[in-house]
Ligand binder design. Structure first.
Ligand SMILES: CC(C)(COP(=O)(O)OP(=O)(O)OC[C@H]1O[C@@H](n2cnc3c(N)ncnc32)[C@H](O)[C@@H]1OP(=O)(O)O)[C@@H](O)C(=O)NCCC(=O)NCCS
Length: 393
């Protein structure tokens, strides 16, 4: 295959604009939700620096900003809290279905979450946004965003043979997630750490899963389809599947003095070092710097170890892959932060999905507000057609 894709005109002629493979650097939409400036190591949610927002606002406030376009005042915050609580309740008849999904072998939590969200969307009667008023689509978006962590915690507990724990209206989204997983009142520092991670991953430019959600929404499909498609996209190790692999890597390295040889051997074998490199950030990933701070506040052996090997990994990558600017990305410390917050390893990527769903839904709401079907072209480079169709043997 040639390493460039060609965007052809409708008739498929060769005179369309060229786009690089992977669509790197190609602008495919206009958005007011946020963006990433790779060279500056900066990303923003709407008009605010996402890191500053993260330090100063709750997840619920940022969610409101993403859906409504401005930060809430006190009354709006209280009203939004009630809206979240109303939308996240699961109906009793969903539990047997979730029990079945949780017991299905082989069990993969992302696949289970995708199936549960698909069912919840069907159960709630989600329909093409072309056939429903805008307020109903907004309600669907609230429901799917509010229910994702509830479904995830229910699946996890059912998988472990325990009853799901219903959300507590007194707790925040992050606090509730920890509470619904363990059944214990969560430790405030762990809630703080997890919330910082969740806020940092709500949105991040036109990444693969966001693009997937917008492509699906552009066809007029219901928002449940857009989110389940996006979850499939996020499940890949090159996108959201890295944080648990980071901890596996750290376990495998074992001690800081083994890091150099371990990483060099892995890169020479052609392996990717999980938690390093990024399509857009060619300097520092600001999310990684924030997560490093959070990990360091939480402390603990894994955090100490990750901080001790980061510089070695960056140096070896620079020696083995000169000129590629491979630094730690959000996933490197995400695993450490989630681990220290009490999230089981197998739930790392689904937990990522539980905050990114807010970004996906904000993008779906934006896509439908000025929709045009997303339908690019590809250059055919197989055998020249038309070849005669051979007769059946
Ligand atoms: C995130 C990622 C997919 C971005 O990839 P990309 O923009 O497509 O970068 P490329 O695949 O073009 O990589 C450029 C070069 O750097 C190398 N490279 C990129 N990331 C690497 C990594 N983590 N470890 C080792 N080498 C890496 C590639 O092998 C390639 O080398 P080459 O030019 O000799 O072929 C990639 O860095 C990666 O696979 N990282 C590990 C997975 C991860 O952490 N994912 C979470 C992302 S938030």
């Amino acid at each position: 295959m040639p390493d460039t894709a060609q965007v052809t005109t409708n008739g498929g002629g060769p005179d369309g604009a060229e786009a690089p493979a992977g669509l790197e650097g190609v602008v495919v939409a206009h958005t007011q939700i946020g963006d990433v400036r790779g060279l500056e190591g900066f990303y923003h949610y709407r008009q605010y620096d996402a890191i500053e927002l993260n330090r100063r606002r709750s997840l619920e406030d940022v969610w409101y900003l993403m859906f409504r376009g401005h930060l809430p005042d006190k009354a709006e915050r209280e009203e939004f809290g009630r809206e979240i609580a109303e939308h996240r309740a699961l109906t009793e008849d969903m539990i047997p279905f979730l029990r079945l999904v949780a017991a299905t072998e082989p069990f993969d939590p992302m696949t289970a979450l995708r199936t549960a969200i698909s069912f919840a969307s069907q159960r709630a009667g989600f329909r093409s946004w072309l056939d429903i008023p805008a307020e109903q689509l907004y309600d669907n978006a609230m429901q799917i965003s509010a229910q994702t962590p509830v479904l995830l915690a229910a699946l996890y507990r059912l998988r472990g043979g325990q009853q799901p724990v219903p959300p507590d209206p007194e707790l925040s989204v992050a606090g509730n997630y920890l509470y619904m997983l363990s059944g214990q009142r969560p430790d405030p520092q762990r809630v703080w750490a997890l919330e910082r991670y969740l806020v940092s991953t709500i949105d991040h430019g036109f990444n693969a899963s966001t693009f997937t959600a917008r492509v699906i929404a552009s066809t007029g499909a219901d928002i449940g389809s857009a989110v389940t498609g996006a979850i499939g996209s996020l499940s890949g190790p090159l996108h959201g599947g890295a944080p648990s692999r980071v901890l596996e890597m750290l376990d495998d390295i074992g001690s800081p003095d083994r890091a150099e040889d371990w990483v060099r051997a892995a890169v020479r074998r052609g392996d990717r070092i999980m938690g390093f490199g990024h399509r857009v950030y060619k300097g520092k990933d600001p999310r990684s710097a924030l997560m490093r701070e959070v990990a360091s506040t939480l402390g603990g052996q894994t955090a100490e170890f990750a901080m001790a090997v980061e510089d070695t990994i960056v140096r070896v990558l620079a020696e083995e892959k000169p000129g590629r600017a491979l630094n730690a990305n959000v996933e490197f410390y995400a695993g450490v932060v989630m681990d220290a917050s009490g999230i089981p390893r197998e739930l790392f990527t689904p937990t990522f999905a539980s905050s990114r769903v807010i970004g996906w839904c904000a993008h779906v709401l934006e896509q439908v507000s000025g929709n045009r079907l997303i339908r690019p072209s590809a250059r055919y480079d197989g055998q020249a057609p038309p070849q005669p169709v051979p007769a059946t043997d």
